[in-house]
Structure formats: C-alpha cells, structure tokens
Design a protein around this ligand. Structure first.
Ligand SMILES: Cc1cc2nc3c(=O)[nH]c(=O)nc-3n(C[C@H](O)[C@H](O)[C@H](O)COP(=O)(O)OP(=O)(O)OC[C@H]3O[C@@H](n4cnc5c(N)ncnc54)[C@H](O)[C@@H]3O)c2cc1C
Length: 390
C-alpha cells in the first residue's frame, strides 16, 4: 500500500488527506495545532473551486451550507456606482460558505482511514536519495509522498524552495462574521452582498443564508472583509476595531453599521502578500517518492480575487488525477506542469486586480488609467479552469 504524509489541516491538507485515503493510500495527517480547527470567518468559493470539489467528490452537501453571491457591482464610499451591477459572464455565481461548515464537510470526507496527529509542528524535510521524511525534532514520519499543505509560512517550502519567501503587498486585511442575532438590518433595496472601493481601501460583505436561518448557531450572519494599505497592526483586537471604524467612517450603509456591530472577538487580522519568487517547482522528487506543495504553501497570493481556497482545491483535484497513473516521479512532474502554468496565469490577473485596488487619491475617483471592470474580468478569467488535466 502506498503511504502519504500530509502536513497541515487547512482546506488543502484536509482535502488532500481525504482524497488520498479514498484512493487507497495509507495517510497520516500532521497538524501543529492540538486539534483540527476550522479557519475563522467565511470564504468565497468560485465556480473553479466548486468544480474541484466536485472532482474530489466533496460537493454533495455544498448547496445546503452555501449562499450564492452573484455580481452586485462596486460602489464608491459615498454609495455611488463605480461599476454598475451587470450580468457577468460566469456559468454560475460564486458562493459564500462559513469556514466551520466547509471544515465539517472535509472532516466527514476523511473517513476512518486517516491517522490524524495533532500537536506536531513539522520543522524539517529530508530531500535525498531516501524516501521523503518530515519531522518535528522528536518524531520522523517517512512516506512515499509528502503533501506540504502547511500554509503561507510553510516549513517544508522553506526547505525545498528556500528562495521563495512571503513578500507583503503593502496591505493588511481583516475578516469577521457578525452572527445574525446582532447583525444590523440591511437598508431596504440593498443586495445581501456588496463591495466598495476608495482611497486604496476595500470593504466587501456577504450574508450567510437568510436572517435567522442559522437558529442560535454563530455560523449564519453577515461576513465582511476589509483591506487597508499598511502593515499588520500590533494593537489588541479592540484597538484594531477602533482603527477600522475610523478608516471607514462616513462610508455608505451598511459599511459603518457592520463595523459598529462587530465585536473585537469577531476580528481576524491577516497579512496580504505573495511568494516572491514563486517556487520553481510544486513537485519535488526525493528518492523513489517525492513532495507535492499545495495551496498557500505553494502559491499564497493576495486575496483580491478570493481564489486561495479554490486554487488549493484545484491543486488537490489535479494531484488526485495525476497520481492514478502509477510512478510517483512522472506524476509529480505532471502535477507541476499543470499547476505552475495555471498559477502563473492567475497571478497575472491578481496583479491587474491589485493595480485597481491600489489606486489612491485622485486616481481612485478619476479612473483615468485603470478601469475597475478589470476586477470583474480578472475574477472571470481566474475561474476558467477546465478540470484536473488542464
Ligand atoms: C483576508 C483574506 C480573505 C480571503 N478570502 C478568501 C476567499 O474568499 N476565498 C478563497 O478561496 N480564499 C480566500 N483567502 C485565501 C484562503 O484563506 C487561503 O488561500 C486558504 O485558506 C489556504 O488554505 P491552505 O490549506 O493552503 O492553508 P491554511 O489554511 O493556512 O492551512 C495550513 C494548515 O497547516 C498548519 N500548519 C502550518 N505550519 C505547520 C507545520 N509546520 N506543521 C504542521 N502543521 C502546520 C496550520 O495550522 C493550518 O492548519 C483569503 C485570504 C485572506 C488573507
């Protein structure tokens, strides 16, 4: 039986561990946290991510836990339209899903076959003629295949692609879900989701289901994400919230109201950036086996296109397909060929989107140089993924 060690139990790692186990591999899943916890807040999944979920056999319950977010245009801080809502050329709209619900679906997909080990922080990776092996300084885990799904600060990537480091894009981001019981009413006639751009700042929100649909659970509510130029803030969460309210003061409803209803414990602050340079390869042979980098470990990028989780799922669906063929070396080469080209294309569009989002001052309102529809075009282009074989 072929063996795999998957490092990291985020979207990419959970999906990879389940896919390999279902394909008959003996899988060990290592996570540095003591237990498997969902990431906080919510995620937008684009049609490419949903296609990847389908390829992985995990899309079954998605309708029940997700809410469609069809294009709703982009506003200026005073509420006037920067981009009128229009029919974007998408086969189906993206959906927003609470991360806890997605996490539960992935845990169910692990089945009984995966040996889950919490509290293991991988620090080393062996790349020699022997089989791949990773360790936390106390225990070594050897396998035919190691899947590095250990996120943006991947310890395995540091060993395999030392030149690739996280470079800040000059923004910090915050996400939160305000549970329904304290979420403000949206002004009548307002879509249940929307996006506003101004002075290099961005605020987007989306309702998770209908008001009251989550009962007493905190999974339903209004999700928002805010992006602001500058570095991560060192203040405690309450101080960050005060700053956010100041930065977005005077923005049209419901931006101010959503920030007023947010509590410090709801906030998740995250850096925004990408790997520079991109790793030369996402598939590294080691002896008779090898390593596959997936998700943010391979290609963390700014969330402007909200594609990170969808791309991680594409990675895993592609890995699942190429591994069917047998020999690991050629399979990893094929994985790299398919994924690196795809990621470079998405990065190009991400840079175009960044050019719009980074417009500040006069340029932001004159729109003389960059059409904000670039964002919609970039989003549409990023969803063009034909499936695991390209
Ligand atoms: C503000 C913001 C908004 C975003 N919005 C969206 C969106 O709407 N849609 C979308 O698709 N994407 C979005 N993203 C991106 C998305 O969150 C990530 O791309 C996605 O979560 C990456 O998943 P992952 O499994 O690769 O990594 P992660 O989710 O980071 O998981 C990595 C896991 O590995 C574990 N780990 C780390 N190091 C080690 C180690 N050394 N040993 C063992 N375990 C380890 C971690 O504890 C974690 O469990 C957003 C990102 C940001 C910052």
């Amino acid at each position: 039986m072929r063996t795999a060690v998957v490092v990291g139990a985020g979207v990419g790692g959970l999906a990879a561990a389940g896919a390999l186990a279902r394909a008959g591999w003996k899988v060990t899943l290592l996570e540095r946290d003591d237990r498997l916890r969902p990431g906080r807040a919510a995620l937008v999944l684009w049609p490419n991510g949903i296609r990847a979920l389908r390829a992985l056999g995990l899309a079954g319950g998605l309708d029940g836990i997700s809410t469609p977010v069809p294009p709703a245009g982009i506003r200026r801080p005073d509420g006037t339209w920067l981009v009128q809502p229009g029919a974007a050329d998408l086969e189906s709209p993206p959906v927003v899903v609470h991360r806890e619900d997605l996490h539960d679906a992935f845990i169910a997909g692990l089945g009984e076959q995966v040996d889950v080990r919490g509290g293991i922080e991988v620090q080393s990776a062996r790349v020699r003629r022997d089989r791949p092996a990773v360790g936390d300084g106390r225990v070594t885990f050897e396998a035919d295949l190691v899947v590095a799904a250990d996120g943006p600060d991947s310890a395995i990537r540091r060993r395999l692609a030392a030149a690739s480091t996280f470079a800040s894009a000059g923004f910090a981001a915050w996400r939160a879900v305000i549970p329904w019981y304290r979420a403000p009413e949206l002004p009548s006639g307002t879509a249940p989701h929307g996006e506003t751009l101004g002075e290099g700042r961005r605020f987007a929100f989306a309702s998770l289901g209908e008001r009251g649909s989550a009962g007493g659970s905190t999974r339903g509510g209004i999700y928002w994400v805010a992006t602001v130029p500058g570095a991560l803030r060192p203040e405690p969460a309450a101080g960050q919230l005060t700053l956010l309210r100041r930065w977005f003061a005077g923005w049209h409803a419901p931006v101010v109201q959503l920030l007023a209803a947010t509590e410090a414990d709801d906030l998740v602050q995250e850096p925004v950036g990408e790997l520079a340079p991109l790793p030369e390869t996402f598939g590294v042979p080691a002896g008779p086996g090898g390593y596959a980098l997936v998700g943010d470990a391979a290609h963390v990028m700014p969330h402007h296109l909200a594609q990170g989780a969808s791309l991680a799922l594409e990675d895993v669906a592609t890995l699942q397909t190429v591994l069917v063929s047998g020999a690991l070396g050629p399979a990893l080469q094929e994985y790299n060929r398919l994924r690196r080209a795809r990621i470079l294309r998405v990065l190009q569009h991400s840079h175009k989107a960044a050019a719009v989002l980074q417009m500040r001052g006069r340029l932001a309102s004159s729109l003389a140089r960059v059409n904000p529809r670039t964002l919609e075009r970039a989003a549409a282009a990023a969803t063009e993924w034909a499936g695991p074989t390209g």
